[in-house]
Ligand binder design. Structure first.
Ligand SMILES: [Zn+2]
Ligand SMILES: [Zn+2]
Length: 487
């Protein structure tokens, strides 16, 4: 099942686009084609195509937006035709019902886009409302023998249908054929199955019994059902034919798993056709992952609490813990996701122990530079629910720690060692036209692998302890913002 016309980039889906697309795939929809309507939405449409393997698009300017068509828009449309997910020029056409743009402008813009389609050898997705005569006249004039396309949301009369079929066009039907007052039954009946396609025109044209609600691609099956009733064939046959027609017209790759899921939803009839399609099948459906195959990068901030456990080697029974909290830490991360539920994070954090310095400064003769910690980390995050808008994870990894701590009254000592990190947190997936933005809130603990033996400097309250063995860990509530650019 292919929804050949769904505006799923529309604002109406901003709150639940991911779930809405998932519902469609769950219902057996194998592919969705988004027709663009205006230049300022091109990027959004293309980015949805990049996010979902089964989402394709047409790029073009709708007659409502004909006033926005200019040289620059024309160039963008032509350039877009080389992207593999762009399968058509559209949505283009005429709309004399709303007349949002002057008719002369609409006609000119329509014609110029038909010429792009011919030049780029792409099919066109045509919108026609109360403009039958001019649409058909322009199509006749522009049909040079190889122009193909679809008249979407077909609602015209039998003469227009016949002309369209003569001109080698496909016919796509949507929710209005399910309405009680529909007068389109004869038109549907007169459309040969070899030319018919189905669409939702989401979020508009909601089919019965959902009429009045927002439309979405998961409902496209209802259009197939209605066509099956009118043609008196099984819905499986309509699904097989419309899918085949859409694939052939738009040049869509075949998707085996989608096909099987789609078919398994229905009782097994029309086996011959299905077998044929499965034989042709070359690709498998890859369910979209928000991160997989991508590299992200971004800055981190944290407040670092440094916790030391001290054991005196010279004075028995002297053991205690002290900590310095609220030390700002800064860093960055580069992330790579080989699998959707696994993220590797390579990065660096830098902290200065200002809290300790402030404490020490109360004592005369104390240092004026803070202890400095620089830690490189390689962390693996196991993501529990990568498809969620908010996903939770646990993490673990190793650190390379370099610290320079105040050791005596006058000297710093340098120390380099391995450390281990463990943490947990959540991330939020925010798709944007520039790529995915993922804020990550994480609580991380870093444990030093070896203890330090040192003499506590005499400005320190612990200096009566003599030589002291110190084990250290760091508590870092951390915020990282990763950007997964599109490339
Ligand atoms: Zn339309
Ligand atoms: Zn449309």
């Amino acid at each position: 099942m292919i929804d050949t016309h769904a505006h799923i980039d529309a604002d109406a889906f901003d709150d639940d686009r991911e779930e809405m697309i998932r519902r469609a795939f769950d219902q057996g929809v194998e592919a969705i084609i988004i027709p663009a309507i205006e230049p300022k939405r091109f990027e959004g449409v293309l980015s949805l195509c990049e996010q979902y393997d089964q989402v394709y698009c047409g790029i073009g300017v709708h007659p409502h937006n004909a006033n926005d068509f200019n040289q620059q828009a024309e160039t963008r449309i032509i350039n877009a035709m080389q992207f593999p997910k762009v399968k058509a020029v559209g949505e283009i056409g005429l709309d004399y019902y709303y007349d949002f743009a002057p008719r002369d402008v609409q006609k000119d813009v329509f014609r110029r886009q038909l010429r792009i389609a011919k030049e780029c050898r792409k099919p066109v997705i045509i919108h026609n409302r109360e403009s039958d005569d001019d649409v058909m006249e322009i199509l006749k004039e522009e049909q040079h023998g190889e122009l193909t396309g679809v008249l979407h949301c077909f609602s015209s009369n039998i003469h227009v249908l016949r002309t369209a079929l003569d001109l080698n066009f496909h016919i796509s039907f949507t929710g209005n054929i399910t309405y009680k007052k529909s007068i389109l039954d004869d038109i549907v009946k007169a459309t040969p199955l070899s030319r018919i396609m189905i669409e939702t025109d989401s979020p508009y044209m909601t089919p019965v019994p959902h009429r009045g609600k927002r439309n979405e691609p998961a409902f496209v099956q209802l259009i197939a059902q209605k066509i099956a009733e009118i043609h008196q064939v099984t819905i499986e046959e309509i699904i097989a034919m419309t899918t085949r027609n859409a694939r052939a017209l738009f040049g869509l790759p075949l998707l085996m798993i989608g096909l099987i899921i789609g078919l398994s939803t229905f009782p097994m009839h029309a086996q011959d056709e299905r077998d044929e399609e499965e034989e042709e099948t070359t690709e498998t459906v890859k369910t979209p992952s928000p991160y997989a195959r991508f590299i992200g990068l971004g800055p981190s901030i944290a407040t670092n609490t440094i916790v030391e456990t001290l054991t005196s080697l010279d004075v028995s029974e002297k053991r205690g813990t002290r900590s310095w909290d609220g030390n700002p830490a800064f860093g960055f991360s580069v992330a790579y996701n080989p699998l959707e539920f696994l993220m590797f994070d390579l990065g660096l954090m830098h902290t200065r122990n200002n809290a300790k310095l402030n404490n020490a400064n109360k004592v005369p003769g104390t240092p004026t530079d803070p202890d400095v910690y620089t830690v490189g980390h390689l962390t693996a995050r196991a993501i529990a629910n990568p498809r969620g808008k908010v996903s939770f994870f646990a993490s673990a990894g190793i650190n390379y720690l370099s610290k320079r701590v105040y050791a005596t009254n006058v000297e710093f000592s340098d120390d380099k060692q391995l450390a281990f990190n463990a943490g947990a947190g959540f991330m939020v997936n925010i798709p944007t036209s520039y790529g995915m933005i993922i804020p990550i809130a994480e609580w991380r603990l870093d444990f030093e692998s070896k203890n330090n033996v040192t003499k506590i400097p005499n400005v320190d309250p612990y200096n009566t302890w003599g030589n002291v063995e110190i084990s250290t860990f760091y508590s870092l509530p951390k915020l990282t913002i990763l950007w997964y650019p599109k490339f």
